[in-house]
Each structure stands twice: as C-alpha cells, then as structure tokens.
Design a protein around this ligand. Structure first.
Ligand SMILES: Cc1cc2nc3c(=O)[nH]c(=O)nc-3n(C[C@H](O)[C@H](O)[C@H](O)COP(=O)(O)OP(=O)(O)OC[C@H]3O[C@@H](n4cnc5c(N)ncnc54)[C@H](O)[C@@H]3O)c2cc1C
Length: 487
C-alpha cells in the first residue's frame, strides 16, 4: 500500500464498458491504485451460446482497438486474453493476478445470469489470493434492485417504474465522472505473460475471433457505422441538435430522427450518464415538463434501465423462459419456411420486408419497425418469439439481452407489457401511418419503387415480389383465440 493509494498494482477488467471517459470501474481503479493495467477477455464459445452475433462482436473489438490507444496515453497497458468459456475465467484471472502481482481487481457489474455467476466465481477465486474485487454500477443509472414497489418487490410494469425513478432522482445525481487519473508510467508491466492451458496474455488485439468472421471495411466501418468512443461522442453531439424534434418524429423510420446511439450504449462506448447530461442540458435540468423531446428521449433511456433491472431481478429471463409462465403453453409454430421468408424480407408485406432488409444491411432497425416485425412474427405467423429474439441477437450491432428480450417478450405478449395479448399490430395501418409516402419502403424494397403512395403499402400481384404469406386479419383473430385459450 502506497501513502496515497490503497493498492499498489490494480487491474481493471473491461467488458461492455469500452470507453475511457466516465467509466466508473476505470475511474475508481485509477484513483485507488499506484499502477494500473487493463484486461479484456474474450470467450467466443460462451458468446456463441448466448447468440452474440458477428456484428456485435466485431463492433466490440473495433471499439477496443481505439480504447487501447486512449489507455496507452494514460500509461495504462491493455492486455488481451482469448479463452473459450466463462468457466475458464476465474482460474485464468487467479494466475494473472499472481504473475502481475495485482492487489485489486475492478470491473463494472453485468446483470444477465451467466455473467453474474462468472463474476461471483471470480470474486471467490481471488479471495484465496486476498485480492479484493470491486464491481461498480455503471451500465444503469441506479443499481438494479434500488427501486422497489411498496410491497418490496421489483417493478414488473414500466410506467410505475418510471414514475418511481423520476420521483427519486434529480438530474445532478448522474453527472459524468472526471477523466481517470493518468498513471506514472507503464514500464514495469510485462509485454506478455504465459497463461496455463490457454492462450497467453498479450497486448495485440486480434482482427477476428474463432467462430466470428465479420471485419470492418477499408475505412474501419461496420455496415457504415464507425465504432469507438470518439464516434459515439460525435453522435451524441449531433443528436443534441435534434433532440427537440424527437417526440414528434421518432416514430417515422424514413425521417431518421432517433439518436442511433444504441450500438455505442450497448458496448459502453457512450455512457448512459453522458446521454442524460446532454439531454438535461437541453431542458434546464428537467426530466419532465422542460421540453417534450427531452422527456420523451429520457423515457426511452428509462426503458433500457427498466429492462436491465428486470434481467437482474428475474433469472428466468436469462434462461429463454417467458416472463409470464402460462404463455409457455402457446402452441408456437415451427414453420421454418415462413421464418426464412420473414428474416429474408420476403413476406410480401412491404413494411415488414423493408424493416428486415434494413436489419440485414445496416445491422440496425428502427424501433417502431422492431415492434412491427416482432408482432408479425409472433402474432400473425405465431412463430416462437425466441426464434426472432435469436435472429436479432445475431444480426444487430446493438444486440443486448435485456433490451432485446424485453422487446420481444413485449411484442409476443409473454412479457411485462401492461396491455393484454390482444395488442396485435396491423402492419398495413402501421405502414400507412408511419411511412405515409412509402419512402422508407422504397429505400429498402427496390422492387416496389415505382408504386405510388397508395399502392405501395399493400401492392397488387407483381412479378419479382411475393404475395403476402399470411392473411393479416385472420391470423390476428387466430392469435387472439390462442392466447385467450390460455386463461
Ligand atoms: C423486438 C425489439 C428488440 C429490441 N432489441 C434491442 C436490442 O437488442 N438492443 C437495444 O439496445 N435495443 C433494442 N430494442 C429497443 C429499441 O428498438 C432500440 O434501442 C432503438 O431502436 C435504438 O435506436 P436509437 O439508438 O436511435 O434509439 P433512441 O430512440 O435514440 O433511444 C435512445 C436509447 O434508449 C434506449 N432505448 C430506446 N428504446 C428502447 C426500448 N424500447 N427498450 C430498451 N431500450 C431502449 C437505447 O439504448 C437507445 O439507444 C428492441 C426493441 C424491440 C421492440
């Protein structure tokens, strides 16, 4: 223990918090340790079992490469270790802590079940070496479990959760942290070390991982997105000028009026506190009543918060189980052909096809359309929500278990939605309402480009474009009958 720092040598373990600024674990580690190194551990086998897809993994690695440079400028070397599974992590960290003479480990908490088991095992394993482990709240604004109903339970419905959150929190509670302290030098950290039975601890970040292939293009972009903390900060700054229009325009996919921050928030290149700070600065610090665009956008950040709190409170959500147990009795269809038509954007329902093609070509889909395609798959085609959930996990740049599972279960009426099962989106009315002129459809379904604004939402039989694969009205009735039969 030095005179100024409780720990001589610390290690910060980076996960989905890939930024230098406003990173709680990194900030606290730099403050508490005389010397500091960082580590990033990949577990491709476990990641694949979690359906972490190529886009999200490629985005993480690209963010990590930029972060390595920012950390180096702070004299914090970043080590990289490739393992296969979470189960190998505790033993590897014990060896590393011993060889690097670490006396404290810092990380930001993660909430899905397997991550929590992994982190508890790491804490227990390092206890044997008398190395304390500190997990900080960073992904969410409040630690999951901090908000409880009057009965002392976790909130299961969004609106009361949001009300309780706003009643409890003033804007200043979430001011971002200052930059982490710059370390003296990194000279006494080895370039690499041998780790038994696995790959070595090195300072080179590989281009790609075993089982994962996607690579950034020549300009370092993925599907046109630029990964990294700097690009995330640019997006946040750009959205500052747009946020006032958010409440009025966010539902129209052709307007492109949302922040597009989800890939950055998801891997931690941008922090949720930075988002809150930007938004509150536009509304003189008011969560509600200051500016409609700001309140509405903060409300969306609270959906993210809510789903993360739910994942922490209900382990079954991490286990492919429905939130409402009785919905496990829905006789889901396993029609692979229709599923394939859905994901390929060949259903014959233009707005659904445009949305799925947006996902397949951009690694991202507009929120309104996520609801439309999820409702179409689970209600009109009555295909198991878990198939759609998995497809999204594997193809989204922002794939996140908590938000994705929450969104899918909401759409499938197996989750926390306060509105009962008879919420079934009509894709044609959604299309007419939110893509009035058909501009969005035209962008992603070129076969329909020549149609006018009346015909494009529900086209006549055309060469080169399929007829609808289901009757929307009849399948809606059928879905409602199936759900009401569960009572
Ligand atoms: C079926 C389905 C699956 C989804 N899967 C994911 C996913 O894997 N990862 C993901 O980040 N979001 C998911 N969402 C939520 C939402 O669609 C995206 O967060 C949003 O479209 C991202 O675009 P944006 O960054 O421009 O959002 P903005 O509208 O600018 O919102 C700002 C931020 O708030 C958060 N947010 C917004 N809406 C939601 C929401 N409904 N639930 C949770 N967080 C929200 C996101 O972090 C987003 O970046 C899903 C929604 C549905 C209906």
């Amino acid at each position: 223990m030095s005179r100024t720092h409780p720990f001589r040598r610390g290690l910060v373990w980076l996960r989905n918090d890939l930024r230098l600024r406003d990173n709680t674990a990194l900030y606290r580690a730099a403050k508490s340790c005389g010397a500091l190194a960082a580590i990033y551990i990949t577990c491709p086998q476990t990641w694949q079992s979690h359906d972490d897809g190529e886009p999200v993994v490629a985005f993480r690695l690209a963010c990590l490469r930029e972060l390595q440079q920012s950390l180096a400028a702070h004299n914090i070397p970043l080590y990289f270790l490739e393992l296969q599974t979470f189960a190998q992590v505790p033993r590897a960290l014990v060896q590393i802590a011993g060889k690097l003479e670490i006396d404290a480990l810092f990380a930001n908490a993660e909430y899905p079940l397997n991550e929590r088991h992994r982190d508890a095992a790491v804490r227990a394993a390092l206890k044997g070496l008398r190395v304390p482990v500190e997990y900080s709240t960073d992904r969410t604004l409040l630690p999951p479990g901090a908000l409880k109903t009057a009965g002392g339970e976790a909130y299961k419905v969004f609106t009361p959760f949001k009300r309780a959150f706003i009643a409890r929190c003033g804007g200043d509670d979430f001011a971002p942290l200052p930059l982490p302290r710059k370390m003296n030098d990194e000279a006494d950290w080895p370039k690499w070390i041998q780790v038994q039975g696995g790959n070595n601890l090195v300072r080179t970040i590989p281009e790609r991982l075993q089982g994962y292939g996607l690579l950034p293009d020549g300009a370092g972009r993925l599907y046109g997105w630029t990964p990294g903390e700097k690009a995330g900060a640019r997006r946040l700054r750009a959205f500052r000028g747009e946020i006032e229009n958010y409440a009025d325009q966010r539902d129209f996919p052709g307007l492109d009026a949302t922040s597009h921050l989800s890939p950055y928030l998801n891997c931690g290149a941008v922090s949720v506190r930075q988002c809150v700070q930007m938004a509150l600065a536009r509304s003189s610090g008011h969560w509600v009543g200051g500016n409609d665009g700001v309140s509405c956008w903060l409300g969306e950040l609270l959906w993210r918060e809510f789903y993360t709190h739910l994942i922490a409170a209900f382990p079954r959500l991490s286990m492919h189980k429905p939130f409402k147990p009785e919905t496990d009795r829905v006789p889901w269809s396993s029609d692979r052909d229709r599923f394939r038509q859905w994901y390929a954007g060949q259903t014959g329902v233009p707005i659904v096809d445009a949305a799925m093609r947006q996902l397949n070509t951009c690694g991202w889909m507009h929120n309104r359309l996520r609801m439309v395609v999820a409702s179409f798959l689970t209600k009109n085609l009555l295909i198991d929500w878990r198939w759609g959930e998995r497809y999204f996990m594997r193809h989204l740049l922002d794939a996140d278990l908590a938000a994705n599972n929450g969104g899918w279960q909401w759409a499938a009426s197996t989750g926390t939605d306060a509105v009962p099962y008879f919420r079934v989106f009509n894709p044609y009315s959604q299309s007419k309402r939110f893509d009035r002129d058909g501009e969005f459809i035209r962008q992603f379904v070129p076969e329909l480009r020549h149609l006018d604004r009346d015909a494009i939402h529900c086209p006549p039989q055309l060469a080169g474009y399929p007829l609808p694969i289901c009757d929307v009205a009849q399948s809606r009735k059928h879905a409602i009958a199936v759900f009401s039969g569960l009572k």
